[in-house]
Design a protein around this ligand. Sequence first.
Ligand code: MLC
Ligand code: AMP
Length: 510
Amino acid sequence: MTNITLNNPLFDSLFGHHDNKNTSFIHVYGERTITHKEFLFLVGRMANAISSLGVLTGDRLVLQAEKSPYCLAVYAACLQSGIIFLPLNNAYTASEVSYFVADSGAKVLICDPAYEGALTDLKDEFGILLKTLSLDGQGSFGELAATMPNQFLTVSRHIKDLAAILYTSGTTGRSKGAMLTQENLLSNAETLKDYWKFDDQDVLLHALPIFHTHGLFVASNVILLSGGSMIFLNKFDLDEVVESLPRATTMMGVPTFYVRLLEDKRLTSELTKHMRLFISGSAPLLSETHTRFLKLTGHHILERYGMTETNMNTSNPYCGERRPGTVGFPLPGVEIKITDSDTGKTLTKNKVGQIEVRGPNVFKGYWGMEEKTKEELKADGFFITGDLGLIDSDGYIEIVGRDKDLIISGGYNIYPKEIELLLDLQAGVLESAVVGIPHPDFGETGVGFLVCKEGFDLETTTVLEVLSDNLAAFKRPRKLIVLDALPRNTMGKVQKNQLREQYKNLYLKL
Ligand code: MLC
Ligand code: AMP
């Protein structure tokens, strides 16, 4: 149960029990192991460094840097010093970062030294303090922290105070900052630790990025709470994952991790015999992937379902049948209902409708967007996820589609609207539509369809180059296809389903 009498409930619960322990915490791949005590000292130095910058409790700090234990320490230092942590995908371009800085009103931006040049204009534009942090903990922020004491007096926070803001793209093309409280993160971490039976003997193979819910809150918070350790890889590298598996007990990944492992001959039951649990989420895991993985390794991948706004909502059972193609049952303390999108009425079993969620895991709202918050987070506390699903006769939840125009590529969300708005601005483009097409590695990938203005001859490679300046690489359409016209219905609405159907085999091996 969440202990609300603590001084800073989230920080104290995650880190309090590591004080002075020389036990292993992070095994940096190919390098040394950092103990809990060493990590806490690093966090203390960083918290002192943050405070010395003149930021106040509740201010926002943006981090955009290559994954390293130092990034995780910045997160912890923000918690300890009462600063709201705002991590960003390091693929974001300077123009994307500029939006997040402006929208959040952040006071400090810590970036990788390699991005400093591109981000330096933000200092004048928004008066933000720009500091750097490299993979090995150097850079102006790392150097400042190195001069600081190891101990920091933890700032008091209330369980309902904000701990982090994570931006998620929006169907209107404008990203929204999901405000996550200490309670949201702590209650979910406690639930998951118990549900998935994590303890201090666990070694989690951590190959996910740590700027999203999955790698940051699910993976790292669960390990912090349980007292276990992590093998920290910079990213998903197949050789490093295969090499590390025999030393791990658990792994969390997006479906692409499992698809890539299955392509590799080294994946066997022998390789995975030390593992007790493989977890998948952030995108649909094909039943076929589940079944092939089982056949080769003897492990039933446990699939769960979550969102930036809600943390984790449902999970297949730890003990009991892990049913392929489903995301299991609501987690303890989480309520799920399936409703009719027109009437809002709750639907009966096996009927498809919108998935709504309520519980201590559900966020507080979108930063600075009261109206948008009211549309999605209802007065009765239920959040409309935008996912479509059903609850089957045995209570398993199945996600059957999305009510939102969203592409999930390798676990990253891509909102077509954001790309279409940019495409429509390009010279010669009359209109555009971006659609998710099945992809064997990424699950889905974005393909853009363009219609030329009369008299123009569109060079798609040039259009793609222009997109590169403004859009993170993972969001760029894999391909642009010029059409005479976009398919429309009688109301004039673009029929994306028709494009999806027509091009569904573009990337699949037939
Ligand atoms: C990288 N690229 C992608 C991509 N990842 N393109 C489309 N979709 C992706 N997911 C592009 C890069 O920009 C680059 O383009 C090229 O692919 C190779 O880059 P890379 O870094 O070598 O890619 P790779 O290592 O292959 O990364 C793929 C991946 C990674 C699947 C391992 O994307 C990943 O770790 N995904 C996890 C995402 C995640 O954590 N999601 C959780 C969200 S939270 P170019 O043009 O430069 O060559 C959430 C809630 C919940 O959803 O329920 O968990
Ligand atoms: P994000 O906004 O990045 O947090 O992505 C959340 C979205 O990912 C959800 O709304 C779902 O559409 C999707 N998602 C997460 N887990 C699963 C899963 N196990 N199966 C299908 N979709 C999922």
